[in-house]
Every structure is written in C-alpha cells, then in structure tokens.
Ligand binder design. Structure first.
Ligand code: COA
Length: 161
C-alpha cells in the first residue's frame, strides 16, 4: 500500500523542481499544461500545491485568484499518468480543499471538458457542482463546463446546551 500523501505549497521553484513539474504536467495534460514560464508565476502570484508520496511528486494543483470576485480558480490539476487510478487524485483534491478552506477561501471554480470521464468523477466525488456551460471557451468546438466547490472550514465542535 502507498504511504500517505504529503501536500506542500511551493512558492519558489528550483530549476530541478521546475523541470520535473513541466514534464509531469505535460505528460498528464498535454498542450494545456502550464510551462516553465507560467509555473513560477503561479508559485509566486497564486497557489501551487504538490502532492508527494515518499520522495515522489505524484501530482499538482495550480490555482489563481480571480480579481473581481472572492473566488479562486483551479487552472490545472493532475496526477502523473503512471500513478493514476490509485486514489491519489481524490486524496490530493480533498487535501487542497481543506488547506484552502483553512486559509479562508470560500469557493473554487474549475473548467472541465464534458468528455473528460476521470475528471468528471473526480470533481463529482470531491464536491464540485456544475454552475455553467461555456461554449467555445478555448476556441471553436472546445466547450467547457464551469464547476464550483464551496470551501468549508474545519468543523466547529458542537456546543451542547
Ligand atoms: C482526473 C485525475 C486527476 C484523476 O486522478 P486519479 O488519481 O486517477 O483519481 P482517483 O484514483 O482518486 O479516482 C477518482 C475517480 O475517477 C475515476 N477514474 C480514474 N481514472 C479514470 C479513467 N481513466 N476513466 C474513468 N474514470 C476514472 C476513479 O474510478 C474514481 O472514481 P470512483 O471513486 O467512483 O471509482 C487524473 O485522471 C488526471 O490527472 N487526468 C489528466 C488531467 C485531468 O484531466 N485533470 C482534471 C481536469 S483539468
């Protein structure tokens, strides 16, 4: 059985880490992956979380703030292809949601290709709900669903009368 996942926020990327994250992102997300020019921007101006199991980085969540609302936006989320299907995606997403809620963020948005089955299941089981449909969002024929998850802080202990 895999050991538990550690989730770390990275604010500065050493060259070796940057190279790894570019490679892992591309292998999972293809052309839509963030590159070596954008990942440092997310790390310093947004929120970049990586999930690690032992010494291995298994996946990442790349998040930006939306200027005209209190929402945040999940720009990229992936698990490395060779590590998918073992529960890491669910564990990383739930861990990131918990950290964001503790930071006081209220809602996170994400866009999803309607045909992305694994993404649909992952977002559904981690509490995201569809709030809009964005036709041609990434160019002609590249439609997206807009999903949102409410970020709830740690449960407060029940006060008994
Ligand atoms: C989406 C993604 C992050 C899921 O990661 P993962 O580690 O495989 O997820 P989990 O193992 O926690 O599985 C989550 C759910 O997805 C399902 N799932 C995983 N891979 C699947 C696949 N290829 N097809 C259909 N369902 C799949 C699992 O069965 C599970 O659902 P269940 O609990 O009802 O069985 C991963 O597939 C990925 O990185 N995909 C490429 C990038 C991407 O699409 N990112 C999200 C949209 S931006």
């Amino acid at each position: 059985m895999d050991s538990p996942m550690a989730i770390r926020r990275l604010t500065h990327l050493e060259p070796a880490t940057l190279g790894e994250l570019v490679e892992y992102g591309r292998s999972a997300l293809g052309d839509s992956a963030l590159d070596e020019w954008m990942l440092p921007v997310i790390a310093s101006c947004g929120l970049l979380y990586v999930g690690r199991v032992g010494e291995e980085t298994v996946g990442a969540a790349e998040i930006l703030g939306i200027l005209d609302s209190g929402d945040i936006y999940l720009e990229g989320f992936y698990i490395r292809p060779e590590m998918q299907g073992r529960g890491h995606g669910t564990e990383l997403m739930l861990g990131v949601i918990d950290l964001l809620a503790r930071e006081g963020f209220k809602r996170m948005l994400v866009t999803l290709a309607p045909e992305n089955e694994a993404g649909t299941k992952l977002y559904d089981k981690t509490g995201f709900r569809e709030i809009d449909y964005l036709p041609d969002h990434y160019g002609a024929g590249r439609h997206r669903l807009l999903l949102a998850v409410e970020l709830r802080g740690p449960e407060k202990p029940e006060i008994k009368e």
